[in-house]
Design a protein around this ligand. Structure first.
Ligand code: HXC
Length: 260
């Protein structure tokens, strides 16, 4: 497929990569870009070879937000009737394979929100995260007020969203927004691809179930979440890979997954 605003590759065995590529606008997320992103992710989701996905931008910008120039003339009625922004979160429901965001440079507004929709955030220590919408007379609209608050707690989220101040990749790691931060862009990309490759080496069935249950923790009360987890855990005794994995352990061999 040919894309205008993104690049798509399979840089490692089992790993699909989407690179946001609208450099002149610091990867501002215009509607056509989001449409391409959703199309690429849908292809990776149905790909027989891709088992984990890396989503990244450039060294300078993961994404500097929703496209302000596109939003400027919108009216309430147009935004409402076109469900503006709703399609951004397609990836949170239709992509079951793990997505790692590799964030360098700016991840502002919708860019920060897009990163928060992924499963694992890796970043450079100097990455520039933030929800600056308040400075534009608006508020986060792609889940930032909810996902950032769950990630850092109400005290910090409220301060960040009301002031619009940025936070660094180093802070993102310390606050638990990012899983890890790295001193350089090269180290970030290497680690993101390596982690994706590691995940791609596990049973497809188990990986999908693991992602599903961790994500449930964000939506369910604790008791329901623990019950949900147990149900899914029990169901994995019905998978062939669970037998393969435990037998391989007992025989001190490497598991050869069947994806069944
Ligand atoms: C459209 C953008 C853009 C954006 C940058 N550009 N961010 N265009 N929408 N969000 C464009 C600039 O207009 C400029 O185009 C080019 O990219 C380079 O940007 P500069 O500002 O010249 O670069 P620099 O001085 O390095 O500053 C980088 C920056 C700044 C700090 C990231 O660009 C900035 O503050 N951008 C806006 C960040 C922001 O407010 N994001 C939240 C958007 S609201 P030209 O043509 O002039 O060269 C949002 C709402 C989400 O995301 C809610 C629903 C999803």
């Amino acid at each position: 497929s040919n894309y205008e605003y993104i690049q798509v590759s399979e840089p490692r065995p089992g790993v699909g990569q989407v690179t946001l590529n609208r450099p002149k606008a610091l990867n501002a997320l215009c509607t056509p870009l989001i449409n391409e992103l959703n199309r690429a992710l849908a292809e990776f989701q149905s790909s027989p070879t891709v088992r984990a996905i890396v989503l990244t931008g450039s060294e300078k910008a993961f994404a500097a937000g929703a496209d302000i120039k596109e939003m400027a003339p919108l009216t309430f009625s147009k935004a409402y009737t076109s469900s503006f922004i709703e399609s951004w979160s397609t990836l949170t429901t239709s992509v079951k394979k793990p997505i790692i965001a590799a964030v360098s440079g700016h991840a502002l507004g919708g860019g920060c929100e897009l990163a928060l929709m992924t499963d694992i955030i890796y970043c450079t220590a100097s990455a520039n995260f933030g929800q600056p919408e308040i400075k534009l007379g608006t508020i986060p609209g792609a889940g930032g007020s909810q996902r950032l608050t769950r990630a850092v707690g109400k005290a910090k989220a409220m301060e960040l969203i009301l002031t619009g101040r940025s936070f660094s990749g180093d802070e993102a790691e310390r606050w638990g927004v990012a899983a890890r931060s790295f001193p350089t862009y090269e180290a970030l990309m290497e680690a993101a691809l390596k982690t994706a490759e590691t995940i791609a080496g596990y049973s497809k069935v188990a990986v999908m179930a693991a992602k599903e249950v961790v994500n449930k923790s964000q939506d369910l009360p604790l008791r329901d979440g623990v019950e949900y987890e147990r149900r899914v855990f029990h169901s994995l005794f019905g998978s062939r890979d669970q037998k393969i994995g435990m037998k391989a352990f007992a025989e001190k061999k490497k598991a050869e997954w069947s994806d069944e």
